[in-house]
Design a protein around this ligand. Structure first.
Ligand code: NDP
Length: 251
């Protein structure tokens, strides 16, 4: 068996109905896994699942609703028989100067990006123990290491994701569950369309700062996600790995 083979493994990808989540789901399916895509937009989810074929299903779930984490895990086990991999990718942002946020906006970002991920990790833990181990991949951001003036709650959530990843890695290593984070650079998605609309200079700044000389595409995250889901990464846990075309190492 190849150390990157995911045949027989079952994954949940939150926010898997579009953007980076769908790029990762495509990689997991290509490596042999069955994948449950989760999100709120059912029409977009059904389209995405159809595009992935018979080893994919969409389950409507809002990660900010506490009970939906357990329901999602139950749905994955009911549909595909087990749960091995969770990709906490669902995310949102509100961009404005920090002094202008309402507390409701702060909570919306933290509840989606950080609390939602924690709730699903908790719900997945017993299922992964039943499966003999598991892989959790949390999608953080360059904002976990750099500051930006229009994104403070988002940065707090992503820094929290990196810290939570380290803590869970230490807690669940004995259960053979590896927990790692991915730090994407600038990737072309609906989310960054919003940033480009707000900040017209952003596109050129990203191109100039990224040694690879281009924006990333959702599929650029697939290889790392497959690696972190596969036996190849069984001794790797608690890390936060950039996938950024060199953005984070440029002086
Ligand atoms: P998109 O806006 O394209 O996708 C976000 C996804 O999250 C959608 O599928 C959306 O589905 C889902 N989602 C949002 N809120 C919820 C919710 N409450 N419950 C369930 N699903 C939800 O953005 P990206 O693909 O760019 O972002 C994916 C992840 O990558 C995010 O965590 C983001 O922070 C992170 N990231 C993105 C970067 C980039 O440059 N694009 C850089 C660094 C990190 P639906 O609306 O159907 O619920």
């Amino acid at each position: 068996m190849s150390m990157f083979d995911l045949t027989g493994r079952v994954a949940i990808v939150t926010g898997g109905n579009g953007g980076i989540g769908l790029g990762i789901a495509q990689g997991l399916v290509a490596a042999g896994a069955a994948v449950v895509l989760a999100g709120r937009d059912a029409a977009k989810g059904a389209r995405a699942a159809r595009g992935l074929g018979a080893r994919a299903a969409f389950v409507r779930a809002d990660v900010t609703a506490e009970a939906e984490g357990a329901a999602l895990v139950a749905a994955a086990e009911a549909r595909f028989g087990r749960l091995d991999i969770v990709v906490n990718n669902a995310g949102t942002t509100v961009r404005k100067p920090p002094e202008l946020y309402t507390l409701a906006e702060w909570h919306r970002v933290i509840d989606t990006n950080l609390t939602g991920a924690f709730v699903l990790c908790q719900a997945a833990h017993p299922a992964m123990r039943r499966a003999g181990g598991g892989k959790i991949i949390n999608i953080a951001s360059m904002n976990a290491i750099f500051g930006a003036p229009h994104n403070v709650p988002y940065a707090a959530s992503k820094g929290g994701i990196a810290a939570m990843t380290r803590g869970l890695a230490t807690a669940w290593a004995a259960d053979n569950i590896q927990v790692n984070a991915i730090l994407p650079g600038w990737i072309e998605t609906e989310m960054t369309d919003g940033a480009r609309a707000l900040l017209p200079e952003l596109h050129g700044q990203v191109l100039a700062r990224t040694p690879a000389g281009r924006w990333g595409r959702p599929q650029d995250l697939a290889g790392l996600a497959v690696f972190l889901s596969a036996p190849a990464s069984d001794f790797i846990t608690g890390t936060a790995i950039p996938a950024d075309g060199g953005y984070s190492v440029r002086a």
